[in-house]
Design a protein around this ligand. Structure first.
Ligand code: ADP
Ligand code: ZN
Length: 210
């Protein structure tokens, strides 16, 4: 099975691109942020442990995330390939993932200007139920506050506020840039320009998968 890893700063569009890849290529999508938010909604012990870290913009502890991904990778839906969004984010997570065999691994670094990424995050709205992504400015849900896909509540994510966004960028630079460098050294990393509207960014990305 093929493994495709999306890297990029918060607000770089990993989630949007991952959803499109899932839709067009039939890949399973593993987004650790979504899995963690689902745990919080369910009120599980893991969700309770993760919540404060996520709200402040810090990382959830490696052991918890690595174990969660290990379980997810045991599900039977990965044979057609899978795309990872938001994992690995630390060198320890990358190390853990490297123990999971696959027949072809590619990583893509979606590069965006920080200004643009922050702007996107602060105008972003997401569905609490299914994680669908909207934007106050150019892609609001058809009915205000209600998800087009599932009818769930659409609102700003709890961590899409200035303070948490600033911390997410800091942590990204400190912990995740070295992971991107690690995949670069492995020789499996491509870079694409993630600035501008999603359509053209996705066209650039598609070319790397097909
Ligand atoms: P973004 O990329 O915009 O920060 P995500 O939904 O990917 O959004 O992640 C939201 C939060 O979930 C992160 O700020 C972090 O607290 C937590 N998280 C997600 N993935 C990981 C991971 N691989 N390791 C540790 N924490 C994670
Ligand atoms: Zn929804």
């Amino acid at each position: 099975m093929k493994r495709f890893i999306l890297f990029g700063a918060p607000g770089s569009g990993k989630g949007t691109m991952g959803e499109r890849i899932q839709r067009d290529f039939g890949f399973a999508r593993i987004a650790t942020g979504d899995i963690l938010r689902a745990e919080i909604e369910r009120g599980s012990a893991e969700g309770r442990q993760a919540r404060a870290h996520m709200d402040s913009g810090g990382l959830v502890p490696d052991e918890l995330v690595i174990e969660m991904v290990r379980r997810r990778l045991q599900a039977g839906d990965l044979d057609g390939g899978y795309v990872m969004d938001g994992y690995p984010r630390t060198l320890r997570q990358a190390e853990a993932l490297s123990q999971v065999p696959c027949d072809g691994e590619k990583a893509v670094f979606i590069e965006v200007d920080e200004e643009q990424a922050v702007g996107r995050l602060l105008s972003r709205l997401t569905c609490r139920e299914c994680g669908a992504i909207y934007n106050r400015a150019n892609k609001p849900p058809l009915r205000p506050g209600i998800c087009d896909v599932c009818g769930g509540a659409v609102e700003p994510r709890r961590d899409d506020n200035e303070q948490s966004v600033r911390e997410r960028f800091r942590v990204y630079a400190e912990r995740t840039l070295p992971v991107i460098e690690y995949y670069h050294r492995l020789g499996v990393l491509a870079r694409i320009d993630g600035n501008g509207p999603a359509g053209p960014v996705y066209e650039r990305l598609r070319g790397l998968i097909a």
